[in-house]
Design a protein around this ligand. Structure first.
Ligand SMILES: Nc1ncnc2c1ncn2[C@@H]1O[C@H](COP(=O)(O)OP(=O)(O)O)[C@@H](O)[C@H]1O
Ligand SMILES: C[C@@](O)(CCOP(=O)(O)O)CC(=O)O
Length: 910
């Protein structure tokens, strides 16, 4: 067990020669551990010769014009510490602040709005969070790239705009290596003013000194190895450039986050043993990594012979550090291992003298959503070990006990040693199935669908903060992505003039995109510059005669450019609906939901969870169980993510949507929806409504085309010109929604009473909409036809009005013959009635866990039965990437579409 750093071998880089130089013979520079242990500052001799630096626990210093006046600006204990840190880092300057994140904050304040940063895509979560913040609040543009491949940085370097490059190596917890030297060189050649910043926390100045490899600024969370005892929080910044030091010192003094005297003392004490601790910790890490690797676990540690970045790391660093990670092959198994350890403490952070064990996906990285974790290749079963200074024999023994107790290893009598137990086929199969969602989307045909909606109460008023009562209808939009792989992106909107268009992906206006950081959400406001660039570029030559398809394309391309910035997949997207388009039934929201979910799936920004474990059915093929007929399979968090993007598309299509339509399209069911930030009373958000599903509605399409955007804008204009009138109506509509919900929830009311309350409210709500000037003569005709004897039903416009659809409540005891007659009467007036059920499922995705059943000509599955890949090693893509689905989808007749889609396989719903 030879330590990687041999104390007899001189360190990688020369350190200052001891002063004064002996006149007798020249002296060799002190080695690192000597420098660590020797805290001496010739400029700051202690008056009593104290061997330990005193703590100047004083906020102020008396006198004028002295070296110190106020501890925010300077403190003698801190000066000692900073001198010491600069010395052991071979740096001209060191500054110490209250945490590692505070250090990064100081560094990021070198930037100004419009500057661009290139950063890794596998950064520490806290770094990511701060970058997201400055992106939103400072207007700095952040490009996340895979820094393990230096060439991936090149396309993002701009000679003047690139202001900073932020690197970590090795990364935490996957121990990926970035070639700091090569990247620094490439950046300096192309953008000489860019500042290269390295987070060196995983290595400490003992093992890696990035300033010597081209970095301009290095920072460490000194909470970790530098202090070593998990008894303080601190951050250090080192650099050689005087100008950078001056700017950062100015910010530290201005904001007042310099390290407090007591913590300076503790950190100074900790650094004295840095080399000693690190030698022991990394020597044990090598043993532990070799042990796990030998058992057959996939182990990540740069000291292992098969580590992909090993050579680069060896060139830049002088040791492999004391953090490693390994995979057991099964998340639950990993949880058992972690739970079974005694000596290894379950905790976040690292660098302490005590050994720690954790599962990043459950702990330190749990704030990153599972899809993003998966997209970054962070295995859910990963266990991270942070090795301390305990006896290596005890540490390995404790780990071995935990592995045995968890069932991860067992004794093999033949080989006379412990060997890894490969998780059962079921576990492995689950993982293979899980991977399918993440690994193969480019080659997979994703088929999604989302319902339209009917608003029973509150349309228009919901835009201005009132609550709307709405439910999904059984008419849906369907969206299908099919791989192309030819550098082209294409769309086909079958319902809008059969519009087909394709674009060369590289020719899209990528320059106009401000990519979102990992895990970052789209801002509230659309990026108008991007909309302008798309409208002038890829859509510039599309005429106004196809303006509806043009807007649908705009929404699609906008989301593609934002979501596909890093991957740029080439595929085709077809949208088709059984819903009437532009008739007030939320076709735009169901289209937006399909486009958003399809783009998120293709770009791996969302993933479907694996189905529960397959069980043996006695046949050779195990069957995956999906409960609830596929309902509630898509988790709420994923649904919310889709909903946010569907809302982005709705904003492009509608200008100022309330969000009710897309929320119903995604979540399905019946909802009371109140827009955030506008609420007239009560709280914003959405609540499911019970008692809605059994209601029967007749929808009648007036066949008068209208434009939601214009109608919503018209009500907005009326609100501006006649605020009292409109405010009164908004309040009245809010009361109607409250009353309707109360009636639906009231156990004292009989069914007949509920229906009669709702009918009265329908009439009342319609009258208010007439005052808001959004009715239409045809809607009034539908109202009078349905209200006339013998029908006597209540009807109101639904959606934006101005034409489009009307909704009529049909009581339970309304006879079928009467309904039939009414529909004939409406058809006679050239209207199109639909009987619809409400409250069905929201967003659905055709299960990717079985090939679609395309009928006898494609004998590849049994409808309704989910058949997982037969062995974990099978590449499911092979059976999935068949664009046959596209051909079949496009040729279905409108009348057959819903049934055909249903029979394709198992649909997984929100
Ligand atoms: N199936 C579809 N395919 C493509 N775009 C669609 C589809 N359905 C709706 N859209 C888009 O939404 C617009 C209709 O929005 P809107 O006027 O609000 O009607 P609705 O009341 O049905 O939501 C269309 O002009 C088109 O841009
Ligand atoms: C008028 C409004 O309340 C509903 C619009 O529905 P539709 O687009 O007409 O289906 C607008 C909105 O809520 O965004």
């Amino acid at each position: 067990m030879a330590p990687t750093i041999d104390s007899k071998v001189p360190p990688l880089h020369d350190l200052p020669t001891p002063e004064p130089e002996s006149p007798m013979r020249s002296r060799k520079p002190y080695r690192f551990s000597t420098l660590c242990a020797t805290v001496e500052n010739p400029d700051q001799k202690d008056q009593y010769g104290s061997s330990s630096v005193p703590i100047y626990q004083s906020a102020t210093f008396k006198g004028v014009g002295n070296a110190y006046d106020y501890s925010r600006s300077g403190n003698p204990t801190r000066s000692h510490l900073e001198h010491h840190i600069a010395k052991i880092s071979s740096a001209a300057h060191a500054m110490t602040v209250s945490s590692g994140m505070a250090a990064l904050d100081i560094i990021l304040r070198l930037l100004k709005p419009g500057d661009e940063i290139i950063a890794g895509d596998d950064l520490y979560g806290g770094t990511n969070r701060l970058l997201t913040y400055i992106r939103a609040h400072v207007g700095v543009i952040v490009h996340h790239v895979d820094t393990t491949d230096p060439t991936s940085v090149l396309p993002f370097i701009h000679p003047t705009k690139t202001a900073m490059v932020l690197l970590e190596s090795p990364t935490n917890p996957l121990l990926k290596i970035a070639d700091i030297a090569a990247i620094s060189k490439d950046v300096k050649e192309r953008a000489p003013d860019a500042v290269i910043v390295v987070d060196n926390t995983m290595m400490s100045p003992y093992l890696q000194r990035p300033l010597e490899h081209g970095a301009d600024i290095v920072y460490d969370s000194a909470t970790k190895y530098l202090s070593g005892h998990h008894d303080l929080m601190a951050g250090v910044i080192t650099c050689n450039r005087d100008d950078l030091k001056k700017q950062m010192a100015f910010t530290i003094n201005s904001v007042g986050n310099a390290l407090a005297p007591n913590d300076c003392f503790l950190l100074l004490r900790g650094t004295k043993t840095l080399a000693l601790r690190m030698d022991r910790q990394q020597a044990t890490s090598q043993l532990v990594a070799t042990y796990l690797h030998g058992l057959g676990f996939r182990t990540h540690y740069p000291g292992l012979p098969d580590h992909p970045g090993r050579e680069i790391h060896a060139r830049i660093a002088a040791g492999n550090g004391a953090v490693l990670s390994f995979e057991t092959g099964d998340k639950e198994l990993s949880e058992r291992v972690v739970g079974g350890a005694r000596l290894w403490g379950i905790s976040v952070s690292f660098g302490c003298v005590n050994s720690l064990i954790s599962m990043p996906c459950v702990m330190s990285h749990a704030s990153i959503d599972p899809a993003t974790r998966a997209a970054r290749g962070l295995p859910e079963d990963l266990i991270r070990l942070c090795v301390g200074i305990e006896d290596p024999v005890d540490l390995i023994d404790d780990l071995e006990h935990a592995l045995i107790d968890a069932g991860a290893i067992k004794f093999d009598a033949q080989q006379n040693k412990y060997t890894r137990v490969v998780p059962s086929t079921n576990d492995a199969l689950n993982r293979a199935v899980e991977k399918l969602g993440m690994d193969g989307p480019d080659e997979h045909e994703w088929f999604v669908s989302a319902p339209g909606k009917v608003i029973l109460f509150g349309e228009h008023a919901v835009v201005h903060g009132a609550t709307a009562v709405a439910a999904s209808v059984d008419l849906r939009c369907y969206g299908l992505t099919s791989p192309r792989g030819d550098g082209t992106l294409s769309v086909h909107f079958a319902d809008i003039d059969d519009f087909y268009h394709e674009w060369d992906i590289e020719a899209l206006p990528w320059d106009a995109v401000t990519p979102l950081g990992a895990g970052e959400e789209h801002p509230e406001v659309l990026d108008q510059a991007l909309i302008d660039a798309i409208s002038a570029g890829p859509l510039g030559h599309i005429g106004e005669e196809t303006k509806h398809a043009k807007t649908a394309s705009l929404a699609f391309l906008y989301m593609y450019l934002m979501l596909s910035y890093a991957r740029r997949p080439s595929f085709h997207f077809t949208a088709r609906a059984t819903l009437p388009v532009g008739a007030g039934l939320g076709s735009s929201a169901s289209y937006s939901t399909c486009a958003a979910s399809a783009l998120l799936l293709v770009n791996r920004a969302i993933a479907l969870p694996p189905p529960s474990a397959p069980t043996s059915t006695g046949s050779d093929v195990p069957h995956v169980h999906i409960s609830h007929q596929g309902r509630r399979f898509i988790p709420p968090r994923t649904a919310e993510h889709v909903n946010r993007w569907a809302f982005v598309a709705e904003k492009i299509l509608h200008g100022n949507p309330s969000g009710v339509d897309n929320s119903v399209a995604v979540f399905g069911g019946a909802l009371a929806y109140t827009r955030a930030g506008f609420a007239l009373g009560g709280k914003a958000g959405m609540e499911p409504i019970q008692g809605f599903k059994s209601l029967k509605f007749l929808l009648t399409n007036s066949m008068v085309p209208r434009d939601t955007k214009k109608l919503v804008a018209g009500v907005g204009a009326l609100k501006d010109s006649e605020p009292d009138l409109v405010d009164g109506i908004l309040k009245a509509i809010q009361e109607i929604s409250i009353e309707a919900r109360r009636a639906l929830a009231d156990p004292e009311l009989s069914r007949t009473e509920v229906l009669s309350v709702l009918s009265a409210l329908i009439d009342e709500n319609h009258r208010h909409l007439v005052t808001l000037e959004v009715s239409h003569p045809t809607l009034e005709t539908i109202r009078s036809t349905t209200a006339a004897a013998p029908y006597e039903l209540s009807t109101k416009l639904t959606g934006a009005g101005g034409g489009g659809c009307a909704v009529t409540l049909v009581p339970d005891n309304f006879r079928d013959t009467a309904l039939n007659d009414l529909m004939i009467a409406l058809r006679g007036e050239k209207f199109v009635p639909y009987l619809t059920s409400v409250g069905g499922s929201g967003l659905g995705v055709l299960s990717p866990y079985a090939p679609p059943n395309l009928g006898p000509a494609h004998d590849n599955g049994v409808p309704g039965q989910v058949t997982p890949p037969q062995t974990p090693n099978m590449t499911p893509r092979a059976s999935m990437g068949d664009p046959a689905l596209r051909l079949a989808f496009e040729k279905q007749s409108g009348a057959q579409l819903a049934q055909w889609a249903d029979r394709l396989g198992r649909w997984l719903y929100v």
